[in-house]
Design a protein around this ligand. Structure first.
Ligand code: FES
Ligand code: FES
Length: 162
């Protein structure tokens, strides 16, 4: 059974007919071709599918697409639209080697966007606590922590981390 869902995605109003059992991740990836939202596990463990839902991080594999009706979603594609400069968080991940295969990266960056709004000058401990909801099989987390700390400094207009 299908139902219509109206949702604002990355600033654009969309209307899609979705199966009532489709997840928000399905809507983003399959209906809207926004494949930057990765699906790593599906039962809500890895955090790879994290997007912003009305500004707050959620796991797109755990929400039904129908629950997004009337709401606003931001994906990694909306953080730095094609043709525009990278977001400072993305720049910091590149500069600090915060990614290897990149599978976990979009989800972590979406969480970091929300986290740095609430914690503009986070400690490494606070960053590690936020990362507890994300699995990375490549980097060992040290460089991800460095990247988020660097991004916080960049967003605050401070120089690079000593
Ligand atoms: S795919 Fe959603 S938490 Fe892993
Ligand atoms: S960079 Fe490969 S899983 Fe995180």
């Amino acid at each position: 059974m299908k139902r219509a869902v109206r949702v604002k995605v990355n600033g654009t109003d969309c209307e899609q007919a979705v199966d009532v059992r489709s997840t928000l991740a399905d809507l983003l990836r399959e209906n809207l071709d926004l494949t930057g939202t990765h699906v790593g596990c599906e039962p809500g463990v890895c955090g790879a599918c994290t997007v912003l839902f009305d500004g707050l991080p959620v796991r797109a594999c755990l929400m039904l697409a129908a629950q997004a009706d009337g709401h606003e979603v931001t994906t990694i594609e909306g953080v730095a639209p094609p043709g525009e400069a990278l977001h400072p968080i993305q720049e910091a991940f590149a500069a600090k080697h915060g990614l290897q295969c990149g599978y976990c990266t979009p989800g972590i960056i979406m969480s970091a966007c929300a986290f740095l709004k609430e914690h503009p000058a986070p400690t490494d401990g606070e960053i590690r606590e936020m990362l507890a909801g994300h699995l990375c099989r490549c980097t060992g987390y040290h460089f991800i922590v460095e990247a988020i700390a660097e991004a916080a400094r960049a967003l605050a207009g401070a120089g690079p981390r000593p």
